[in-house]
Design a protein around this ligand. Structure first.
Ligand code: ADX
Length: 204
């Protein structure tokens, strides 16, 4: 946990408990942290789960890597330090959304295990659900939805995850999705089932 540089700051406590918020929302909050290579399917699955959750009255919201880099993190690149800061800020946003009672779905490569574990650590127990989108790099590269693997292979994108920069897969994720073998319907259903069985949302 990062220590603030400021000294004369005092935490202000809410008058509303997490239980009261959950009672109003009709579900518990959670951060569903999708991690995997570019093109692995993180955003696709997260967006489909978000759609299904909204349809059943669960307040869900997707935070997407490319989108957040257009705004909040427009000042960050892809060096190891910048990726760490990217994930740190997103993690803090997730914690705020968690306090607010939402189900947040994040779609960031988040290649470093330690960065993901720091985000887990600032959530209450059970509030952070790591979802490993386990798509082999050959499949991501064959899909290449943004044409980035071609550019990376040509040396036009330095520090590209999986090619010229590391990706550290989760060792013990709450959920693992094999998008190469499963349909979008199957992977989205697996996420919803996990949310139901862990008591975050009611069984539909
Ligand atoms: S992270 O590593 O810091 O978690 P993030 O998920 O925010 O990455 O952004 C990844 C997206 O940025 C990719 O899906 C891709 O569209 C784009 N991108 C641009 N340059 C790179 C790069 N060098 N490595 C990985 N992704 C990149």
């Amino acid at each position: 946990v990062t220590e603030p540089v400021s000294r004369n700051i005092v935490w202000s406590h809410s008058l509303v408990s997490a239980e009261e918020r959950a009672a109003v929302a009709g579900h518990r909050p959670a951060t569903l942290w999708f991690t995997g290579l570019s093109g692995s399917g993180k955003s696709t699955v997260a967006n489909e789960v978000e759609r299904r959750l909204l349809a059943r009255g669960v307040l869900a919201y997707v935070l997407d890597g490319d989108n957040v880099r257009h705004g909040l993190n427009a000042d960050l690149g892809f060096s190891p330090d910048d990726r760490e800061e990217n994930i740190r800020r997103i993690g803090e946003v997730c914690r705020l959304f968690h306090d607010a009672g939402l189900v947040v779905l994040t779609a960031f490569i988040s290649p470093y295990r330690a960065d993901r574990e720091r985000v887990r650590a600032i959530h209450p127990p059970g509030g952070f659900v790591e979802v490993y989108v386990d798509t082999p790099i050959e499949v991501c590269e064959a899909r290449d939805p943004k044409g980035l693997y071609v550019k990376a292979r040509a040396g036009e994108i330095p520090d590209f995850s999986g090619i010229s920069a590391p990706y550290e897969p989760p060792q013990n994720p709450e959920l693992r999705l094999a998008t190469a073998d499963q349909s979008l319907d199957e992977t989205a259903s697996a996420v919803i089932t996990h949310l139901e069985s862990s008591g975050i949302i009611d069984a539909g």
